[in-house]
Design a binder for this molecule. Structure first.
Ligand SMILES: NC(=O)c1ccc[n+]([C@@H]2O[C@H](COP(=O)([O-])OP(=O)(O)OC[C@H]3O[C@@H](n4cnc5c(N)ncnc54)[C@H](OP(=O)(O)O)[C@@H]3O)[C@@H](O)[C@H]2O)c1
Length: 348
């Protein structure tokens, strides 16, 4: 019997949080085969699917840096994928690549949606392709090195610092010789940042004394704020900014499910402290990905970057439920769903 492929489609635009079983619809279709391949295309199966806070934004029918996912369309997403067959010079059958395959078990993609295989460093893991060496690691790299530009002795604060992007951004700032403070949502994450990643200070924003501790942790004010969270934490950082501070506007997860945005109270600090606040999207740097990956792989190999990840088992069917974990802080490092074990032999 021909192989079946599960796919997850957008059923309705959520108001507030994603509702598993309602926001998306799961559908099983006949999997494409090698016979369907045209020149410049690859037949792929998904192994590890990336879950990203940005996915919530792609569900809003609003102007952004990519078009929204349409109702009835397969949910957009990147996955570490195995090439089953190829009519492209980009990768060969058996190669492991990162591809924008979406929430699908099997698909044919044009080569433009497939990245060429990247060799892992000796201590590398397959999942690093979507972690330190993937889009979140690259986001941390470009945001911190191009916009933040920390110098030795600078005071750097990173929000969501135990997440996929934040943990790498914080460690890059440490490599630059800065004094680094991370904010996170649990005491366990505080311990990981201080004891294993070597951050100078880490604070749990759920602590009732967080505001006082944030002030105490930034005695000489902040040179670089790498923001993944927005809202109240961004407001606090604005209030603690040093003159000529750089604010790396990476994300604002605290507002992604909110129906009305948080109103910043310290916005005038931008003027008073001559803050340079700059947003960016990692895609802006695509031509520079190979060199950046090389640097990140070197740091990973040298042990200068440590990582953890959260891999949710259960196949593609659990992906829509797992996505909400990002908003509950259930992940440390990169959140992935294991769609298929890489050790399982393909039956296509
Ligand atoms: N600009 C770009 O090109 C780009 C690219 C990739 C990602 N991003 C942005 O970078 C940020 C991090 O993304 P990621 O993929 O690395 O995810 P992540 O940090 O691995 O996961 C999200 C983390 O955010 C924290 N969080 C969730 N809700 C929160 C809230 N209400 N207040 C404070 N913290 C909250 C949680 O950790 P706690 O337990 O600490 O709360 C959670 O683990 C997101 O804002 C994302 O949109 C931007």
């Amino acid at each position: 019997m021909a192989r079946q492929s599960l796919q997850i489609e957008l059923a309705e635009r959520p108001k507030g949080s994603i509702v598993p079983g309602q926001t998306f619809r799961q559908r099983t279709v006949a999997a494409p085969t090698e016979a369907d391949l045209k020149d410049g295309q690859l037949l792929l199966e998904s192994l590890y699917l990336s879950l990203d806070p940005a996915m919530r934004g792609w569900l809003n029918d609003r102007r952004s840096y990519v078009p929204p996912v349409g109702i009835g369309e397969v949910m957009r997403g990147n996955a570490i994928s195995r090439v089953i067959a190829s009519k492209s010079a980009k990768a060969r059958a058996g190669d492991i690549v990162v591809a924008t395959i979406g929430f699908r078990e099997v698909a044919i993609l044009p080569e433009t949606l497939v990245e060429p295989p990247f060799p892992l460093p000796p201590n590398g893991k397959l999942t690093d392709l979507l972690g330190v060496l993937g889009p979140t690691g690259l986001t941390a790299y470009f945001g911190m090195t191009r916009i933040g530009q920390p110098k030795p002795g600078d005071s750097v604060v990173v929000s969501a610092a135990a997440g996929a992007t934040g943990s790498v951004a914080a460690q890059i700032a440490k490599i630059s010789g800065a004094r680094v403070v991370g904010t996170v949502g649990s005491d366990e994450k505080v311990r990981w940042l201080k004891e294993e990643l070597g951050l100078d200070e880490a604070l749990n924003y759920k602590d009732p004394d967080f505001k006082t501790k944030f002030k105490e942790a930034t005695p000489g004010y902040i040179d670089v704020f790498f923001d993944n969270v927005g809202g109240e934490q961004l407001d606090m950082a604005l209030g603690r900014a040093k003159k000529n501070a750089r604010f790396v506007m990476c994300g604002g997860i605290s507002g992604y499910n909110a129906e009305s945005p948080y109103g910043l109270k310290n916005i005038s600090s931008i003027i008073a402290q001559r803050i340079r606040m700059e947003g960016f999207i990692v895609f802006d740097y695509i031509p520079e990905y190979p060199a950046a990956r090389q640097q990140l792989a070197q740091w990973l190999g040298e042990g200068k970057i440590q990582r953890k990840g959260t891999v949710v088992p259960g196949g593609l069917a659990v992906a829509e439920g797992a996505l909400s974990r990002l908003f509950q802080g259930a992940n440390t490092g990169k959140l992935l769903v294991e769609v298929k074990s890489p050790d399982e032999v393909s039956k296509l």
